[in-house]
Design a binder for this molecule. Structure first.
Ligand code: NAG
Ligand code: NAG
Length: 324
């Protein structure tokens, strides 16, 4: 037993579903930007706080759509265990990055944990995405953190954004993928070469985390007094893997059985020194690799992510009564 298969083909019916999803998402994001977000633009100067609140909520409400579509259109079922994420306190969420759809499944998970999390979660993502018409602009107005190829080059932008988060007075949970990129075959190959060159272990289920960006973000948030907790999230797939949003749209399929385990860690339990903080992350990833290995080596019909003894399992609530 190992990781489930990566889906590479699908039926015509599936493909129609993917196209439907793509059109709905792009069109609604595009129209939403033009008719809802743009008219609010003057508030950026007149009342920045109000602008921030309104945009966070409006984009958050829109996110209910993809969250629901993942479940009702693509048949995604989630199992979520562990600690509840508090939407009212500033935090960083770190997660392994198996596919480029992880944040999409995570929106559905956030909705199940507490729908308000959709309005307070901010994502750090690749800079190129801000140019996607509609969706990219919306992510920009929603104060997502866009990163370029190297964290060193990004440090100024990171600082500005964190200062901004702290200044507007809303408490966000920043989702960060320390691996920097999803674990696609190419990234896995690169990681393998890197591991051989440095004579370090090559991981099978995660990539080596990038230390400098993580340390920079945590230390900056500490300096701004804008972080209470870190949530360590592990994502695992039981039935299949769909690698990217391009596959989601062109093949029209998503993984159907997605598992999350969440562990809440107080910021005071993390080392204060840069080097030790980096080491802390490295060790966490060593542990994550082992947890995922254990998960994937179990037989598929009884597979479970390991969880702490006191961890709770989030009930499977139906979406529709939650919305109406
Ligand atoms: C970082 O910025 C410098 C100067 O702007 C540029 O030359 C370099 O290519 C950038 N590095 C990366 C990895 O993008
Ligand atoms: C995991 O997936 C397999 C194959 O799709 C399925 O047979 C099994 O029931 C799933 N396991 C659980 C615990 O749902």
């Amino acid at each position: 037993m190992a990781e489930p298969l990566v889906i590479k083909e699908s039926t015509k019916f599936d493909k129609c579903r993917g196209a439907f999803f793509a059109i709905l998402m792009l069109l609604s994001a595009f129209l939403g930007c033009i008719y809802v977000l743009m008219p609010l633009a003057p508030l950026i100067f007149l009342n920045p706080r109000l602008y921030r609140r309104l945009v966070d909520r409006l984009v958050g409400f829109w996110l209910v759509m993809p969250s629901a579509l993942m479940e009702y259109l693509f048949g995604v079922q989630l199992t979520i265990t562990g600690d509840e994420i508090d939407h009212s306190r500033p935090a960083v969420i770190i997660m392994n990055h198996r596919t480029r759809l992880d944040w999409l499944y995570f929106w559905s998970a956030l909705f199940r944990i507490n729908p308000w999390l959709l309005t307070s979660e901010k994502i750090s993502l690749k800079g190129i995405l801000k140019y996607v018409p509609g969706a990219g602009w919306a992510m920009g107005s929603n104060a997502y953190m866009f990163l370029e190829r190297s964290f060193e080059n990004d440090s100024k932008r990171i600082d500005h954004l964190i200062e901004y988060y702290a200044k507007v007075g809303d408490n966000y949970q920043l989702l960060l993928f320390p691996e920097g990129t999803d674990k696609c075959p190419r990234a896995t190959g690169r990681s393998k070469t890197f591991a051989e060159k440095k004579s370090i272990t090559h991981y099978d289920y995660v990539l080596h985390p990038r230390i400098s960006g993580f340390v920079h973000i945590i230390q900056k948030m500490r300096k701004e007094n804008y972080i209470d907790h870190i949530y360590d999230v592990t994502i695992g797939f039981n039935d299949s893997i769909v690698q990217s949003e391009v596959d989601l749209i062109t093949l029209g399929v998503a993984a159907k059985d997605v598992r999350f385990d969440i562990r809440k860690i107080s910021i005071n339990d993390l080392p204060t020194d840069d080097l030790e903080l980096g080491l802390w992350l490295k060790n966490l990833w060593v542990e994550k690799e082992e947890r995922l290995r254990k998960f994937y080596l179990q037989s598929a019909d009884s597979r479970q992510l390991d969880k702490l003894p006191e961890a709770k399992t989030f009930d499977y609530v139906d979406f529709i009564p939650l919305i109406v």
